[in-house]
Design a protein around this ligand. Structure first.
Ligand code: URA
Length: 190
């Protein structure tokens, strides 16, 4: 499938009920052949209105986190979510919704073919790295998942709620930058 075919198919997806209450589908954003991919949980209110991931307050913080290690969604990363439609009142996506939606993300990962995949928060890490992932203990560690180096950072919304986690996240970001320079230095040549 091409990107266009995939995105068009996702637009008409009825695999769970979230399409009924969403405004816009939030498919993904950034550079489609990036070597580094970020995956969040699901759209919030602003994302639902604009159709783009991470554009609210959490998104501003994510952009700052990217900037700290010289990344930019317009230049060298791709960003997507576990679920593409906003769960009502920003509740966590249900397991059934995650399972219904995950095929779209798997197809995106297949098209991007990232070397490094960064999960934002517990939910993405439990889906993509391992079901018992403990974000407070395992953030910043790298896991080889079918040849892709995967890691997780605290979700930007969690950092806004509890800024005491920011110093650890800064260390994780710097380690991530070193890993990018090692595995896919072309990321910094764009
Ligand atoms: N939180 C997420 O996990 N994803 C978004 O796109 C926005 C907020």
């Amino acid at each position: 499938m091409t990107w266009e075919e995939l995105e068009n198919a996702a637009e008409t997806c009825r695999r769970c009920a979230l399409w009924e209450t969403r405004t816009k589908l939030v498919f993904g954003a950034g550079v489609r052949d990036a070597r580094v991919m970020f995956v969040g949980e699901g759209p919030g209110e602003n994302e639902d209105l604009q159709g783009e991931p991470f554009v609210g307050r959490g998104g501003q913080l994510l952009d700052t986190m990217l900037e700290i290690i010289d990344l930019d969604r317009r230049r060298n990363v791709y960003i997507a979510n576990i679920v593409k439609c906003r769960p009502p009142k920003n509740r966590d996506p249900l397991n059934t919704e995650q399972e219904a939606c995950i095929g779209w993300l798997r197809a995106q990962i297949g098209l991007v073919r990232p070397k490094i995949l960064v999960c934002l928060g517990r939910i993405a890490a439990q889906v993509l790295i391992k079901p018992d992932f403990k974000i407070s203990q395992e953030h910043g560690q790298f896991f080889d998942v079918n040849g892709v180096q995967m890691t997780a950072l605290y979700h930007p919304a969690a950092l806004l709620r509890d800024p005491r986690r920011k110093p650890e996240t800064f260390v994780d970001l710097k380690n991530l930058q070193a890993r990018i320079r090692e595995l896919c230095p072309e990321t910094y040549e764009r």
